[in-house]
Design a protein around this ligand. Structure first.
Ligand code: HEM
Ligand code: SF4
Length: 553
């Protein structure tokens, strides 16, 4: 992983000192609310319903065990003993005291972490694939490029006040696990012969107006990554709407101009800068790549390791289930990646306690070279686990509540904080997640349903990705009462699609029954082994609509 040098350290320490001064002046009444707002936002601090909310950047989701332990300590000393993993691989604290935030940032700086540009109208944390560097379908490791983007974008003098927030994701694999099609810029690593380059997508995003990104470049040479991104953000910075917050995202500009015209303008801008200072030298590329080399893997006889594992799985059904759902193939024989589930019934998806953060650190140290990764679906990956240690790891993960074997199933849902914390919410989302988890707690049924994404947002800002869930649930407000709209058919993967609204909304109590009817129809209609999303794509919305809104006879 990338480690700070002295210059990085000095920059972050200066920034903490600066923010301490700003916070003190605000608390002393020397800065108004309005003056403090952009300062706090650029340091990840929102003022929320019940308390401030602090968002910490986790570049490409990668954390080492020292950072995990420090995050645990901060949650214990300054929060209520837990933290929340988000879909963009960040971490949020929901209960810090405003006056403690500089001290929190100080603590984080000591382990090379910060909250710079995690909110506000700037380029945010770059997200990526949690299986980067180990996936079988990887074309090239995306993390060095994410790191270069991070260094280019953080403190970029031209892009500190964009029309609106700006989010970039990079995928290095054939299968998109970073939702690049719903980001302002999606970067897909591709190969032309032996040459590495990028397919560049722009104008995706969620929020009130969800849009799937369009490709404006099929192949961008490796060395041109930053200059081309710079050209895109420049065009957006000049032409993006600043008069209307709801029309300010790049997706609106790309729609208004059309992707072709937008792409033409980017190419035009790029001609001026393509051979300038942002052009990546081989030295710069090698330097970035040097931080993401493979750890010292042991040598295994792959098939013997596989056979031994099979034997363990055969003798323990619970372990076999976990192995099947919560582990992931690894490029190196004898290794697997494992996913710790943050979604047992009754826990808000993505929430982890201080003790659990410490447990993740211990598991990472014992089993995975001291590193862990936050995932797009709010879980945690340990990427490099020796197969013959999986049984032991599973037993330990179980003790800490991380081994629910539900990865990729209905109950492994993405859920925003909703009305329990968020001042923008129209409805609560966490209790809806819990009600669904309680209703569908039969693992055999969940396995029979197969891969299924259910995503919940408490308002149309779409933090919970409801538009791109196979089943999406959106909290709406009807004359002061909380209701829920159901959407079907979304996907954030390679074949990204936006969900369609089923029809009139439901009360919270009705939601599990509605989901049940949708699932029943799927089970009746599916062809052998057909996943939910494929059945939906084949039969469309109408049959689901008829089933759910059918009058009882
Ligand atoms: C409670 C604190 C939060 C607040 C105040 C907040 C606020 C917002 C707002 C205002 C938007 C709409 C932006 C736009 O359309 O331009 C948004 C979008 C989004 N938020 Fe949040 N959010 C919060 C927590 C979260 C959490 C916990 C997650 C992840 C689980 C998250 C993930 C996202 C994502 C993925 C989007 C869509 C981004 C896009 O349009 O490209 N947010 N959020
Ligand atoms: S979707 Fe709405 S309710 Fe949920 S976190 Fe985002 S802004 Fe808050």
């Amino acid at each position: 992983m990338y480690r700070y040098d002295d210059r990085d350290r000095a920059i972050i320490n200066d920034r903490v000192a600066q923010f301490r001064g700003q916070t003190e002046r605000y608390l002393a009444g020397e800065l108004s609310e309005e003056q403090f707002l952009p300062l706090r936002l650029q340091n990840g601090l929102y003022i929320q319903r019940l308390a401030p909310m602090l968002r910490i950047a986790v570049p490409y989701g990668l954390l080492n065990s020292a950072q995990l332990r420090r995050l645990a300590r901060v949650s214990r000393d300054y929060d209520k003993g837990y933290a929340h993993f988000t879909t963009r691989q960040n971490l949020q604290y929901n209960w810090p005291q405003l006056e403690d935030v500089p001290a929190i940032l100080d603590e984080l700086a000591e382990v090379e972490m910060h909250a710079v540009q995690t909110s506000g109208n700037c380029i945010r944390n770059t997200t990526s694939d949690p299986y980067a560097g180990i996936a079988l379908d990887e074309i090239a490791d995306p993390r060095p490029y994410c790191e270069l983007i991070r260094q280019w974008s953080t403190f970029h003098p031209e892009f500190a006040f964009l029309p609106r927030k700006f989010k970039i994701a990079v995928s290095g694999s054939e299968q998109d696990r970073a939702a690049i099609r719903v980001h302002d810029i999606g970067v897909q690593i591709v190969k032309r012969g032996e040459e590495i380059g990028f397919q560049v997508l722009v104008g995706g995003g969620q929020g009130r107006t969800p849009v799937i990104a369009e490709t404006i470049r099929d192949f961008l040479p490796e060395e041109d990554l930053l200059s081309y991104l710079e050209a895109i953000v420049r065009v957006y910075n000049q032409l993006g709407r600043r008069d209307n917050k709801y029309k300010a995202r790049i997706k609106i500009l790309v729609k208004a101009l059309g992707p072709q015209e937008f792409g033409r303008r980017v190419e035009e801008e790029w001609q001026h800068i393509k051979d300038g200072a942002e052009k990546l030298t081989q030295e710069a590329l090698d330097w970035a790549k040097s931080f993401f080399t493979a750890p010292e893997y042991r040598e295994f006889d792959g098939s013997a390791a596989e056979a031994a594992l099979q034997l363990q799985a055969d003798s323990d059904k619970a372990f076999a289930r976990w192995l099947e759902r919560n582990t992931y193939p690894h490029r190196v024989p004898g290794y697997r990646a494992i996913k710790l589930s943050t979604k047992p019934t009754g826990v808000p998806p993505g929430d982890v306690t201080d003790a659990q953060l410490e447990a993740i650190a211990d598991l990472a140290d014992t089993f995975s070279f001291g590193e862990a990764r936050v995932t797009h679906d709010q879980n945690v990956v340990l990427a490099d686990v020796e197969q013959d240690k999986l049984f032991e790891l599973w037993q330990q993960a179980r003790k800490h509540g991380f081994a629910t074997p539900n990865i990729g199933t209905l109950t492994d849902m993405i859920c925003c904080p909703g009305g329990d914390y968020c001042s923008l919410a129209n409805a609560k989302s966490i209790p809806v997640a819990e009600a669904i988890q309680r209703r569908f707690d039969d693992m055999d049924y969940l396995y029979d349903l197969g891969d299924l994404n259910l995503n919940i947002s408490g308002c149309m800002n779409a933090c919970g990705h409801h538009h791109v869930g196979h089943i999406g649930i959106l909290g709406v407000d009807k004359k002061g009462e909380e209701f829920y709209q159901i959407q079907l058919g979304g996907s954030a993967s390679n074949e990204a699609s936006l969900a369609k609204v089923l029809g009139p909304s439901f009360s919270r109590a009705e939601v599990p029954d509605v989901i049940s009817k949708i699932l029943d129809l799927y089970v009746e209609q599916r062809q052998t082994e057909e996943p939910f999303i494929d059945t939906y794509n084949r039969i469309g919305l109408q049959p689901f609509k008829e089933r759910v809104y059918a009058k009882a006879s």
